[in-house]
Design a binder for this molecule. Structure first.
Ligand code: 1CP
Length: 395
């Protein structure tokens, strides 16, 4: 493979772990770059990278203990607490990435929108956002509101550097920043709470397209600014979660959603960090989701687009169907262990994990993950065992 410009953009602060080199050769980033080192040369990672969506949180007893007496969203805005919760799974499982402990509705809270995470339910808004007047009344977020996010990220990155020094490694575990994609975030805003069918946002995009575009545009700016704050403060990659994009038909996704997701990603596309685009039930739109992340990059050949794949699909098939993208390489894939198999006997789970690894080899880079988040009832020891298994398979 030829040399390409993959050096981090000069826009990152010089003490950012990617700019200073701390995370530059981490296995995660090697695979997000498609098996290249930070200078753009083909290189094997020192081990096979794996992390788990929703690894920080409810499945860990040490998390439940720390969180006692603090609401979910309040805990996200206490930098020491958020940072400690982010580090817990890295310490426990030796995963290859930390995912920032926060939530996709944090930008709403920071904008001054009344929202809580109700235990056993999920995000609930004081008042749903349903009319043109509701959307017009949404406040833009003041940059300074992200201060607790930046502080939590800085503390986390310092903690990750310490962990790598203790382990005697010359690379530190990267922190992944994230945000909700405009459709998924707007879906909560229109419904005011979790919903299965997302009828409200799907009606709005067609019956009141102008209001929909204003709302999705607001969500793209809020999520984009949230991700940018995390990356500038020290995150070495960013992931856009469009968890409910699978509720949309291809035509609706193309016409009413894709452009807004590209806009959200543009907020971080100049920073040179890998960008992961993830959704569930997205078999009908995966090629468009790839185009969304590639379109966001000023130069896809120099950027690092990655696609998250849920557990319903087969990685080998996805890699074959997507083929090579705009820049002539297969896009790196992330996924896709079926969370249901976390509850199976070990030999069933092991066979499945090995199959995921084998199928992932067909892609232009592979980071092992679940095909959706860790279920709260998961035995954390099973996750540790999966990490050991993945690390035992030569990259
Ligand atoms: O009390 C608790 O412990 C609340 C559970 C919880 C946690 C741990 C919620 C409520 N959010 C989070 C953290 C969180 N959320 C993270 C960081 C930690 C990690 O991943 O390890 C991330 C990346 C998210 C992202 C998120 N929040 C998504 C996208 C990912 C996905 O799982 O699809 C979505 C859809 C949300 C909304 C949300 N927040 C919380 C819940 C229970 C939900 C989903 C509710 C629903 O079904 O609609």
């Amino acid at each position: 493979m030829g040399t390409m410009t993959t050096t981090p953009a000069a826009l990152l602060p010089t003490d950012h772990p990617l700019a200073s080199g701390l995370t530059a050769e981490a296995p995660l980033l090697n695979q997000y770059r498609g098996g290249l080192d930070s200078a753009g040369r083909a290189a094997k990672p020192v081990r096979r990278p794996v992390w788990f969506m929703r690894q920080a949180g409810r499945s860990l007893p040490e998390y439940r203990k720390l969180r006692e007496g603090t609401t979910m969203l309040d805990s996200c805005l206490q930098p020491e607490l958020a940072s400690e919760i982010t580090l817990q799974p890295v310490r426990r499982h030796d995963v290859d990435a930390a995912i920032f402990f926060s939530d996709i509705v944090i930008p709403l809270r920071l904008a001054g929108v009344g929202v809580e995470i109700v235990p056993g339910v999920g995000p609930v808004l004081d008042s749903p956002v349903r009319t043109a007047a509701d959307v017009a009344a949404l406040p833009e977020i003041d940059e300074s509101a992200f201060a607790p996010i930046a502080e939590a990220v800085q503390r986390t990155v310092a903690g990750l550097a310490e962990l790598s020094a203790e382990a005697g490694r010359d690379w530190a575990t990267p922190l992944i920043g994230f945000a909700g994609a405009p459709f998924t975030l707007a879906a909560y805003m229109v419904e005011g709470r979790p919903s299965r069918d997302h009828l409200g946002p799907r009606t709005m995009m067609k019956a009141d397209t102008e209001t929909w575009n204003a709302l999705a545009g607001w969500a793209a700016r809020a999520s984009g600014a949230f991700m940018r704050a995390q990356v500038l403060a020290g995150a070495s990659a960013a992931q856009l979660f469009d968890s409910w994009a699978g509720a949309l038909g291809r035509a609706d996704y193309l016409e009413h959603v894709a452009g807004h997701s590209t806009e959200a990603l543009r907020h971080v596309a100049d920073l040179g960090v890998p960008l992961v685009h993830f959704g569930t039930g997205t078999g009908q739109i995966l090629d468009v989701m790839r185009a969304v992340v590639e379109d966001a990059l000023p130069d896809p050949a120099a950027g690092h687009p990655v696609l998250g794949v849920d557990y319903r699909m087969n990685l080998h098939q996805v890699a074959d169907e997507l083929g090579t993208g705009a820049h002539g390489r297969g896009i790196p894939l992330q996924g896709n262990i079926d969370p249901a198999l976390l509850f199976a006997d070990w030999s069933t789970l092991e066979a499945h994990v090995r199959q995921v690894v084998e199928d992932g080899a067909a892609a232009g880079g592979h980071v092992v993950n679940l095909g959706h988040g860790v279920p709260p009832e998961t035995d954390p020891e099973v996750l540790t065992r999966i990490v050991e298994l993945i690390h035992s398979i030569a990259p």
